[in-house]
Design a protein. Structure first.
Length: 709
């Protein structure tokens, strides 16, 4: 239940580097008691009167705290609070001693004097003309900030944005707030459309304003792209925008059509229907189809025969006909797609292509979408492999990612081989194409039966459906021994058949009657597998489709942490020495990427030391928010990784995720043993549900010449 807590800020105990989160001591207005409050509310000034909204919670180490979700600041009224405010250092030229002298002179009228008659400060010992001017200028600057804080608070926007806006726009801030509030959505990190819209309404901008409608449309398009769509039919976008803005759909439609006509909203007509794009996705689709067609015009490298013979002789094996065909295509075409399930020889084929390319004097670069997938590719091929982001020298600036390797500074290699391409979305595929030098070849390797990319589009699927680029489908299973029960059941699932336990125990199915029983079974299996041992933390993984629920990732991680690595130390974001953790975003400076798994080997003060397979990384302060426990992870997060043993829980309560491609992806993460904890109804539903949510994209129609930008 939400409560209000009023009082005066007595001290700031902790504040995050970005000024979002803080822990403060508050002297309550109602009873004078000192309490601790914490939350993502910005950092108030000591001495300020504030109103916090939130609820009381019991912190495991620091006791009862008020967890604040919002804060409203007021100027202090009592003399002692005013003195504390002046002594805080917010006003240049006033320290604790000067604050006391000023308040002694003017008492509760001090702030009124500063606002209306600052010259009166000359009567205070120690203040001359020069110091007065310094105080006056600093207080005026603070007054502008306070005015912005008040405006934001009245609009229901976190006050922490006030200093960010002041720094970004300076003297032009008032003009932005009054006339161009929607530009803040593009230019200010963390500023949502809803926040900017509330500011606009508070400043009296018309609800029918064209800029409001267009900004609303782009907000809606961003929402569609987070659902996997590259573009959206104009009718659907207008309908959702009208609902968002509370406007007539006809008004939105007229505004959108006019903007599309002049190119203000990128659009393409296909089959007599108008599709709208975000600018970045329009560029990605329209440029990518042209670059793909350019790749098919690559020159012939030479015969693959000698290279194949050399490879077979050195590795003492015979390539299958489909593998030899793939090596031949790699020599002939600028684009080759290789697809197949586990055990079908994709890695062997990559090695053969490497041999052929290098025999013809070509430099090769290996890549994969995630760090784990790149590591697997490197170990399998015996060559260095990087994440795509690292290979393209990506850098994060605010909310945007920039790639140093591009049309102006392309990659130097002649042949680029990318594994696990089913994970690559349209935006990243476009950046990769832009970074290829003239005449370079591209080989894409992936399993289309796995989950689609998290981001918008599905370029691998579209390229295969196009039918004009060489596609080699690997179907013969070579790994008849290791993990054969997994491979055979992956085939069954792919073909819509029910999986079956095998005699050697490589694929086990444990049926349960309830979520509670499933949870206890997962915990028992982890005990029996000795998950607490460091080798097992690397070699096994618990998977679940969802974060929520008794058998969701969040609860499983908490329970497994207590079972595997119990302890009381929770001030470091809840992490303890020995915890298995996952990086949740790409950090180009540290060289760790979304999905990388490591183990906390030391906790020192507010620092965490995490050992990843190839490096040790130190996390300080807010950087710890980039980590999450990884005893259990979602199937989506596991994609691109392999483990010796996988315990995969799939239940009826997770019905929105019961899909064949999710089941297939989960069970194929294991090399040696998959243990499926499930109920018969859930397993049947997942196998039968082959229909996945469609993704709106015109990449395939563009490739086929049916849609012209």
């Amino acid at each position: 239940m939400m409560e209000e807590l009023q009082g005066t800020v007595a001290a700031i105990v902790f504040q995050s580097a970005d000024g979002v989160f803080c822990v403060l001591r508050l002297k309550r207005k109602d009873n004078g008691q000192s309490v601790t409050a914490a939350g993502q509310i910005g950092v108030p000034t000591v001495g300020r009167s504030v109103t916090l909204r939130g609820c009381w919670v019991q912190h495991p180490r620091f006791g009862m705290q008020f967890r604040a979700v919002s804060m409203t600041e007021q100027m202090p009224e009592r003399s002692e609070d005013i003195e504390q405010y002046l002594a805080s250092g917010e006003i240049e030229g006033i320290g604790p001693a000067m604050a006391r002298r000023i308040v002694d002179a003017f008492g509760s009228r001090t702030l009124e004097i500063l606002d209306r008659n600052p010259e009166a400060l000359l009567s205070v010992p120690g203040i001359g003309e020069h110091k007065l001017e310094k105080i006056r200028a600093s207080y005026a600057e603070g007054a502008a900030l306070r005015s912005t804080v008040l405006l934001l608070q009245n609009a229901g926007v976190p006050a922490r944005f006030a200093s960010v806006l002041q720094k970004a726009y300076g003297e032009g801030l008032r003009n932005v707030l009054e006339k161009e509030p929607y530009r803040m959505v593009r230019e200010i990190s963390g500023m949502s459309f809803q926040m900017a819209d509330r500011i606009a309404m508070a400043e009296g901008i018309s609800p029918h304003d064209e800029e409001r409608i267009l900004s609303g449309v782009f907000h809606v398009l961003s929402g569609f792209s987070s659902e996997g769509h590259c573009c959206v039919p104009a009718g659907a976008a207008c309908q959702r925008t009208a609902q968002l803005l509370g406007q007539e759909e006809e008004l939105v439609r007229r505004t959108v059509l006019e903007a599309a006509e002049i190119g203000e909203i990128p659009s393409v007509v296909w089959r007599d229907q108008l599709f709208l794009y975000r600018p970045s996705l329009y560029e990605a689709e329209t440029e990518s189809y042209q670059r793909v067609q350019g790749l098919l015009r690559a020159s012939y490298l030479g015969s693959e025969t000698l290279a194949v013979q050399k490879f077979e002789r050195e590795h003492q094996l015979t390539l299958a006909d489909e593998q030899k065909e793939a090596v031949k295509y790699a020599m002939e075409s600028g684009l080759l797609i290789i697809t197949g399930g586990p055990g079908t020889g994709k890695t062997t084929l990559i090695q053969a292509i490497l041999t052929a390319a290098e025999q013809h004097g070509k430099k090769v670069r290996l890549m994969a979408p995630t760090g784990r997938a790149a590591k697997r590719l490197s170990l399998a091929s015996g060559r260095n492999a990087d994440t795509i982001h690292k290979a393209l020298e990506a850098e994060r600036q605010g909310d945007k990612t920039f790639f140093a390797r591009n049309e102006s500074e392309p990659l130097k290699e002649d042949l680029i081989i990318v594994d696990e391409v089913s994970m690559m979305d349209m935006l990243l595929f476009h950046r990769l194409l832009c970074a290829l030098k003239a005449g370079a070849r591209l080989i894409l390797v992936g399993d289309t039966d796995q989950l689609p990319p998290v981001g918008p589009g599905a370029p691998l699927k579209d390229l295969i459906a196009w039918g004009c680029a060489p596609v080699v489908r690997l179907q013969h299973i070579f790994r008849q021994k290791e993990g054969s029960g997994i491979i055979e059941n992956a085939r069954r699932i792919r073909d819509g058949e029910m999986p079956q336990p095998d005699e050697r125990g490589e694929f086990q199915v444990c049926f349960t009657d309830s979520e509670e029983e499933a949870f206890e079974l997962v915990m028992q299996l982890c005990r029996e597998a000795r998950y607490e041992e460091e080798d097992q933390k690397w070699d096994m993984q618990v998977l679940s489709p969802m974060y929520r629920g008794l058998c969701g990732v969040d609860h499983l991680n908490q329970a497994l942490q207590e079972q595997i690595n119990p302890g009381d130390e929770t001030e470091n974001g809840g992490f303890r020495k020995g915890d298995k953790v996952m990086q949740t975003r790409n950090d180009y400076e540290k060289g760790v990427y979304n999905g990388d798994i490591g183990i906390v080997w030391s906790v020192s003060g507010r620092k965490l030391f995490v050992q990843f397979p190839e490096k040790e990384v130190v996390y300080e302060g807010d950087e710890r928010q980039d980590l999450q426990l990884a005893y259990a992870v979602t199937v989506h997060k596991s994609q691109g990784s392999e483990y010796s043993t996988v315990i995969f829980v799939l239940l009826p309560t997770q019905r929105v995720m019961l899909q064949r491609n999710l089941l297939y992806t989960g069970v194929t993460r294991a090399r040696q043993r998959t243990i499926l904890v499930t109920a018969g109804s859930a397993l049947t539903a997942a196998v039968r549900n082959h229909r996945t949510a469609g993704r709106c994209s015109l990449f395939l129609p563009m490739l086929a010449g049916e849609a012209v930008p």
